[in-house]
Design a protein around this ligand. Structure first.
Ligand code: NAD
Length: 253
């Protein structure tokens, strides 16, 4: 079933590399016009998408900054005229060191919450007026399967992604009458560039996760594409407030 998001205008945050770039390229392959946003330069990903014949726009935004989020949406509307899909993927994650509660400073805890929680809130807040006007929109938040497992050494990160899980439900209820669907993806440990480069594992790393999975192999970025396209497309138009765990059958809740 090709072109499942044909003509849809999709913003993907945190898409200069990693899983965000995977989502952006996958949406473009299914016919979407994609805004590739990141605090870093995302022009290489946008150029790759454009070279394959689909329209893309690179933007540099800080999701934790309200004005920057408003600017991201304004530039998207200026270029493409609407916003159908927002993928709230940007987060402090890949470069965040494993640390115990004693090691995490109050400042670091706040910074993780500011980007991962406020960032998701602010991008959504900036986008919903446009979606409301259209009477239609799809918001896809990114949580993690870790929140269902109670794992150590990442309490700042897990707190932030637990908040994303809660916000997904609250937002879905509040925005349903506007035709805006809000769902979340909760990936297991996935071999993005930064995860592959990580050396500070305290729990045995990705290989140790296999024992707890029904499907015993490493999780790859492409494993998340199906859910991303489903939540971005009309196929999920009667689905909202849901969090889909994609981790090979590790967390079952
Ligand atoms: N890879 C995994 O194992 C895994 C598992 C579960 C959930 N996730 C989530 O998936 C998403 C992507 O994962 P990844 O492995 O590609 O992570 P990553 O850390 O490699 O990528 C995050 C991206 O967000 C961008 N970013 C950071 N702060 C930003 C800000 N203030 N404004 C805008 N952009 C900002 C970074 O520049 C980066 O490109 C994250 O939300 C992560 O929490 C990842």
């Amino acid at each position: 079933m090709p072109n499942r998001v044909e003509g849809r205008v999709c913003i993907v945050t945190g898409a200069a590399q990693g899983l965000g770039a995977t989502y952006a390229k996958a949406l473009a392959e299914e016919g979407a016009k994609v805004v590739v946003s990141d605090i870093d330069d995302a022009s290489a990903v946008a150029a790759e998408i454009s070279a394959s014949g689909t329209q893309a726009l690179a933007l540099q935004n800080d999701v934790s900054d309200w004005e920057s989020c408003q600017d991201m949406v304004a530039k998207t509307v200026e270029k493409f005229g609407r916003v159908d899909v927002l993928i709230n993927n940007a987060a402090i994650f890949g470069n965040l060191e494993r640390a115990s509660i004693d090691e995490i400073t109050p400042e670091l805890f706040d910074r993780v919450m500011k980007v991962n929680v406020s960032g998701t809130f602010l991008c959504t807040k900036a986008t919903i007026p446009v979606m409301r006007e259209q009477g239609y929109g799809k918001i896809v938040n990114i949580s993690t399967s870790r929140i269902f497992a109670g794992l150590p050494y990442y309490v700042h990160y897990d707190a932030s992604k637990g908040a994303v899980f809660g916000m997904t439900r609250a937002m879905a209820n509040e925005l349903g009458d506007d035709g805006i669907r809000v769902n979340a993806i909760a990936p297991g440990s996935t071999m993005s560039e930064n995860v592959k480069a990580r050396t500070d594992w305290r729990d045995g790393g990705p290989a140790a996760k296999l024992a707890g999975r029904s499907l015993k192999r490493l999780q790859e970025p492409d494993d998340l594409i199906g859910a991303c396209i489903f939540f971005a497309s009309a196929e999920s138009d009667f689905v909202t407030g849901q969090t889909l765990v994609i981790d090979g059958g590790g967390a079952m809740w």
